[in-house]
Design a protein around this ligand. Structure first.
Ligand SMILES: *Cc1c(COP(=O)(O)O)cnc(C)c1O
Length: 423
């Protein structure tokens, strides 16, 4: 099937059949000064960046390029995919692998950071390349691609590790794989008894809605429960083509979420975010995460202060439906993982009362129960059955009394002070 639209201005000579064919879109991506110069008023900075050797790969589907405002260098679509000289700036804060994924990889392309879930990188290829890519160390590079040998090793690790109940397919973008390869992977994962859910993280519907064909839908819907996380950063991305692709996914019973990256000059505005989350919910997509921009090479200029994310959540919580509000997270540098950051609503506490404030600044006291009988984990079948891996019990382990402290590695030596008499 195809979306029967006609191509916009610069592609007027393209047949509707070609335009709605995802393979045509991939084969005709734009990546040179000449490609863009034909229809965009390129800035000197964009021209320089496009001419530099060794920059993170540029490739934009004609469909996504057609959404760029040719006269506005600050167009939010344009800023996400067209490089500028700012990518060449040195910034002491950034790293090649800011989330320390390589050290969390037991086998090539599998990131096991959290106790019960893994990130499975199935390709390094995308439909178009985001200038703020967190995995630009491998993404886009055809020589770094993953293949059947890697899939076998990844699946073997998942089979051998019964604590894994959730597998996230990512990359690169899993939906650039053929239906046959993708279906084969899902089949293998589906056959592992302890894998309860599979998630797909994808930006293909945004860059290439033509890829969401009846055949792809038929492949995906065979594997329930299926969760699919889109990546949409600005309301301008929600075109009729994308909305139609989202509707096909939702109609197939696929649960849809959206993760967005907070970026200076793209969506660092509470009202842009409000428009975006309202549009998402109207399209049956639940906003999931809003990410602080990672400290990754080439993307430093997209960073906002963390305060901007807190301000955005302040502008949403209470002001609009809870279903529209993503969790703002900072993925901690050096592999600490995601931590939520939000405004403080808890003002104070005593045994008797908790003082809270709401979004309006109204402050009131909630009375705590005087006669609460604490939950007894010894009497609870769920608590008895739940065995958390010892070294990742964390702060919850402290609450449950399984440990009394969590200490930095050199804590003991630092705090063994010499007395003046040498004793
Ligand atoms: C984000 C992420 C996950 C999934 O985290 P959720 O909070 O469950 O969505 C899993 N593994 C890695 C390495 C991640 O970065």
């Amino acid at each position: 099937m195809g979306l029967e639209q006609t191509a916009p201005a610069p592609w007027r000579e393209v047949s509707p059949g070609d335009w709605s064919n995802w393979k045509w879109q991939l084969a005709n991506r734009l990546n040179t000064v000449a490609d863009f110069d034909a229809f965009i008023d390129l800035t000197p900075s964009e021209k320089t960046a496009l001419s530099v050797q060794g920059l993170f790969r540029v490739d934009i589907t004609p469909y996504f390029a057609s959404l760029i405002d040719p006269h506005d260098p600050n167009c939010p679509i344009r800023r996400q995919v067209l490089p500028t000289e700012q990518e060449l700036l040195q910034d002491p804060a950034v790293m090649v692998d800011s989330l320390n994924e390589e050290s969390h990889s037991p086998v090539r392309g599998l990131v096991h950071r959290y106790p019960d879930r893994v990130l499975m990188l199935v390709t390094t290829q995308c439909a178009s390349y985001c200038r703020f890519c967190t995995r630009s160390r491998i993404v886009g590079d055809p020589h770094e691609n993953f293949g059947q040998v890697d899939f076998e090793a990844q699946i073997d690790y998942i089979e051998r590790t019964p604590q894994i109940r959730d597998v996230l397919l990512s990359g690169g973008d899993p939906l650039v794989l053929s239906d046959r390869v993708l279906g084969g992977l899902l089949e293998r994962l589906n056959a592992i008894p302890h894998v309860e859910i599979v998630r797909i993280n994808t930006r293909v519907p945004v860059f290439l809605p033509q890829r969401v064909t009846e055949e792809l839908i038929a492949t995906l819907r065979r594997f329930q429960p299926m969760w699919l996380n889109l990546h949409i950063n600005h309301p301008k991305e929600l075109t009729p083509e994308l909305e139609a692709a989202i509707a096909r996914l939702a109609d197939a019973g696929i649960v849809l979420g959206c993760q967005s990256v907070l970026m200076a000059g793209v969506n660092d505005c509470p009202n842009v975010m409000l428009d975006l989350v309202h549009r998402l919910v109207r399209n049956r997509v639940r906003p999931y995460y809003l990410y602080q921009c990672d400290l990754v090479v080439g993307a430093a200029h997209f960073r906002t202060p963390v305060a901007k994310g807190v301000e955005i959540i302040e502008a949403l919580r209470g002001h609009t439906s809870g279903y529209t509000i993503p969790t703002f997270v900072v993925d901690m540098p050096e592999g600490g993982g995601k931590v939520p950051v939000q405004p403080n609503y808890l003002i104070s506490m005593s045994d008797e009362r908790v003082v809270l404030r709401n979004y309006e600044g109204f402050i009131s006291a909630y009375s705590q129960p005087a006669d609460y009988r604490p939950h007894n984990p010894e009497e609870c079948a769920h608590c008895r059955a739940q065995a958390r891996p010892g070294n990742q019990q964390g702060v919850f382990g402290l609450l449950r009394g399984r440990a009394r402290s969590i200490r930095p590695a050199d804590w003991e030596t630092t705090h063994r002070r010499e007395r003046p008499d040498g004793s």
